[in-house]
Design a protein around this ligand. Sequence first.
Ligand code: SAM
Length: 235
Amino acid sequence: MTTLDQQTALEQAARKRIKDSHALDGDVGRLTHFYRGWASSYELDVGHDKYCGPTIMAELAGAVQTAYLANERTAIAVLDAGCGTGLVGVELERLGFRLIDGIDLSQEMVEKARQTRVYRHVQGDVDLNGPLPDHASGSYDITVCCGVFTLGHIRPDALRELARVTRPNGFVIISTRKSYAETTSFEDQVRRLQDAGVLETAQCLKDGKYIAEEGAHYWVFKVPDRVCAEAEQQL
Ligand SMILES: C[S@@+](CC[C@H](N)C(=O)[O-])C[C@H]1O[C@@H](n2cnc3c(N)ncnc32)[C@H](O)[C@@H]1O
């Protein structure tokens, strides 16, 4: 087998694992099992498939801090929801963020994230499809979630909890794989949350680069000042 053949075989195997990860139907048991087996080769696989989501997410977080937030980056509390092995945390740290927490379903992925040493706290066994009881409302200035609003992983309504743990006038930044956005009525959910005063769309980069086979939309949501939102609802 030539080096080129070997490279092609590695890329094909990586694509197959990525595709298999999309067929888990959001089932916590299957997702946990799958990522337990994938944690050691995840970064190699997504690297083969030119995954640039984490870089774009971190750069959006940097732009949001520069444009809107009063505090320096070192004082901005960021939650990396579905942190995986820590690719987003590493990019955030490179851009000057220092107070980064990570949560994820998979203990094995989280262990890799811990080893990067860029996170303040990391926690596994956290299901983003449910409530986040260990996280008080309004704990974070910025919440990021990259590569998790994707096929077979979490439902669009998980966005509500991400907004809850983010402080008023803070930001939630997420990626949605294009095919996920199309097949889950993600935009309807965004409209419902906007109508309920849970969040406002501040920016959306449509069909940006993400991974070789497909692009993603990158969303920046602002969490409204709750006092104002509640007052408006009462009018
Ligand atoms: C494609 S990886 C993305 C990881 C990381 N954010 C990145 O960009 O490299 C998806 C991650 O979502 C996590 N995940 C899947 N379903 C989840 C759920 N219901 N709750 C929390 N995390 C979940 C997986 O364990 C995995 O680490």
